[in-house]
Design a binder for this molecule. Sequence first.
Ligand SMILES: *[C@@H]1O[C@H](CO)[C@@H](O)[C@H](O)[C@H]1NC(C)=O
Ligand SMILES: *[C@@H]1O[C@H](CO)[C@@H](O)[C@H](O)[C@H]1NC(C)=O
Ligand SMILES: *[C@@H]1O[C@H](CO)[C@@H](O)[C@H](O)[C@H]1NC(C)=O
Length: 324
Amino acid sequence: MSISLLFFLIFLSDISLSSSLDCNAADRTVLLNIKSELGNPLELSTWSPATNCCTWSNVYCSDTGRINNIYLFSINVSTTIPPSFGDLPELETIQLQTIPGLYGTIPPSFSKLSKLEILFLTDTSVSGAIPDFLSRTNLSALDLHKNKFSGPIPLSLTKLPRLQFLDLSGNSLSGTIPPCLLHGTDRHYLYLARNKLSGEIPQDYGNGDIDTIDLSHNRLTGDPSFLFGLTKPMTKIDLSWNQLEFDMTRVAFPHHLNYLDLSHNRIKGKVPKSLQDVQLRFLNFSYNELCGELPKGRFMANYKADSYIHNKCLCGTPLPPCMS
Ligand SMILES: *[C@@H]1O[C@H](CO)[C@@H](O)[C@H](O)[C@H]1NC(C)=O
Ligand SMILES: *[C@@H]1O[C@H](CO)[C@@H](O)[C@H](O)[C@H]1NC(C)=O
Ligand SMILES: *[C@@H]1O[C@H](CO)[C@@H](O)[C@H](O)[C@H]1NC(C)=O
């Protein structure tokens, strides 16, 4: 995902050359505990007691020799998340990605990580509830996509004053979407796709600084047309595969929108004329209840019949001509 990569690159550009520093002795002991809790995987063979831990693989030190970043990708383990992570008080970033052998729940010791700003725990077998104690951290980005989390999205996440990137896609989360999950003055990114979320989308997601909203493949109901509007900053909206219901006739799509998927809902009315002024890279209105003639503007030729199939009575290029 390009946004994850973006955060990662921003982070990397912040790292000062720290390998000449001697690492903090307490942090070295904790890392050795983590290594042992992980079952001493081969990938961590540079983590050896007699050496400077700022030079070890998969970690970075701050300019005071404290461990502030741990990243583990595709390591071969079969264990729970090491509770000792909570004993690294200067940790700002944890990335545990593509580790299918990692299971169990997020350990309560994570509540001690008051400086944690980025938590990427993706594509693992970690399960259970998303814990309330994450609200004691300093998260601006929380990416838990493709795990086995269940239960509701905790209201406590709304207490994270800097959270601007949230990806909980591909879990088994149920219940409704809490309002006000995202904060801060920068653009917001919300990915909750492929869960079992139900109920209506809270109105406040129409007011904020949302760049991207992907709520596809859930069981959402109600009228989400408050999300649209000419001057909204959104670039990507994916609400496909839900049970959303509204009349599209008078909707104005955001100027900067480049991706719009509303397929597989219960959308009625006509395709609005304003669509011809928006240059989309991707459009899908298929499997709805739309009717009437498609607008003919300059960008409309970009979309194939595939974008409109299975509606009530849409007609006009690229579909069959309308009866006059
Ligand atoms: C993973 O580790 C287990 C046990 O240590 C080993 O049997 C297996 O071959 C390893 N798998 C890979 C892909 O390295
Ligand atoms: C939380 O993060 C912000 C920057 O993102 C930083 O200015 C602030 O000092 C952090 N707070 C703690 C407790 O680390
Ligand atoms: C839109 O979605 C439908 C159903 O999922 C699919 O068959 C069609 O190919 C999609 N159209 C485009 C342009 O991707």
